[in-house]
Design a protein around this ligand. Structure first.
Ligand code: NAP
Length: 308
């Protein structure tokens, strides 16, 4: 194999959880960064990152981490982006690119863009890959393989900076597409945010349901409920911030969801088997489409041994 030059000489990861950790592993796998520097809010996470050698160098502050970095990745919960951006702004190298991996885009752009100094590029992004695990030990190199990373260039983003960031994501195994921030937030409300809320609700319902004992819920959970519990185990802070910052789109989709639920509820009450059969046949087609697009497997365990 021929050695290729790294895309970025120095990459700074702000936050060292599942996504940043997976990026560190994937960048190493692809030889994409000359040096990977990282920092996290807590001394505990920084200590774990040092112990496992997650990045080349762990700094105690974000200001130190971004010093001379060509790419700075904000990989903290969406609600923490503004404070982090304000903190690092005076220390960014002219010509550097700042990106983020937040699950919501409009709110992150509004929170971060005002802090980005002249001469620094801001290219927001969102990898559509994750698991229910978090923290510095959760990451793995193949998380982004064959997944999508949506790039959401802010107004006036430098095309060369955008292209380079796309090349990084390609190098980490992902496919990329550019998308407008509001459209991104609506698409994600349908594909990720509302489903997570439904999973949280379903697990909450089972928890409250006194007729079903705890042991029965756990023992018989393979029948659909197990998948809900996996999703509902996702990081509480991350998901709190997603709903607080993608409010409009999520409420829109949940409104539609509630209407559909009433339609199905009525079909069940009226014994309308034909309606249910048609509805479930259409949803089965959607599932087939996802598998054909390579975004999941048809393995009976839902193919979820490592990624989601
Ligand atoms: P994670 O594993 O929980 O890691 C979060 C990191 O952010 C930790 O290093 C944490 O530091 C730091 N952090 C938390 N609160 C902070 C604050 N108030 N100020 C500064 N740093 C703070 O999270 P993750 O799953 O990697 O998610 C990171 C970002 O990626 C989020 O914006 C999320 O929306 C997005 N995302 C997540 C997924 C997913 O499935 N998990 C998928 C795509 C995108 P400590 O450890 O020191 O507390």
């Amino acid at each position: 194999m021929t050695e290729t030059a790294p895309l970025y000489n120095r990459v700074a990861l702000i936050g060292l959880g599942l996504i940043a950790g997976s990026m560190a592993h994937a960048m190493r796998r692809g030889g994409l960064a000359g040096e990977i520097v990282g920092t996290a809010r807590s001394a505990e996470t920084r200590a774990v990152a040092r112990e496992i050698g997650l990045v080349d160098r762990v700094t105690d502050t974000a200001a130190e981490a971004v010093k001379d970095a060509d790419l700075v990745v904000l990989a903290v919960p969406v609600g923490a982006m503004a404070a982090v951006a304000e903190d690092i702004a005076p220390h960014l190298k002219p010509g550097a690119t700042v990106t983020d991996v937040g699950s919501v885009k409009r709110a992150v752009i509004d929170a971060v863009a005002p802090h980005i100094p002249e001469g620094v590029h801001f290219v927001p992004a969102h990898p559509l890959a994750g698991t229910e695990h978090s923290g510095p030990r959760a990451g793995f190199a193949s998380l982004f393989d064959n997944r999508w990373c949506l790039i959401v260039p802010a107004e006036g983003s430098d095309p060369a900076a955008v292209a380079k960031l796309e090349a990084l994501w390609h190098g980490m195994g992902a496919n990329t597409e550019t998308m407008d921030a509001d459209h991104h937030d609506l698409v994600l409300a349908v594909t990720s945010h509302a489903p997570h809320l439904i999973a949280y609700t379903m697990v909450g319902v089972a928890d409250h349901l006194r007729r079903v004992t705890d042991s029965e819920v756990i023992k018989y959970s393979a029948a659909g409920f197990r998948d809900f519990t996996r999703i509902a185990a996702s990081d509480p802070t991350m998901w709190r911030d997603v709903f607080l910052t993608n409010k409009e789109a999520t409420l829109d989709i949940l409104g539609r969801f509630t209407e559909e639920l009433f339609v199905l509820q009525r079909a069940i009450r009226m014994g309308d088997g034909e309606m249910l059969q048609d509805y479930f046949s259409r949803t089965r087609e959607i599932r087939r489409g996802i598998i054909e697009a390579g975004q999941d497997t048809d393995a009976p365990d839902f193919g979820r041994s490592g990624t989601s």
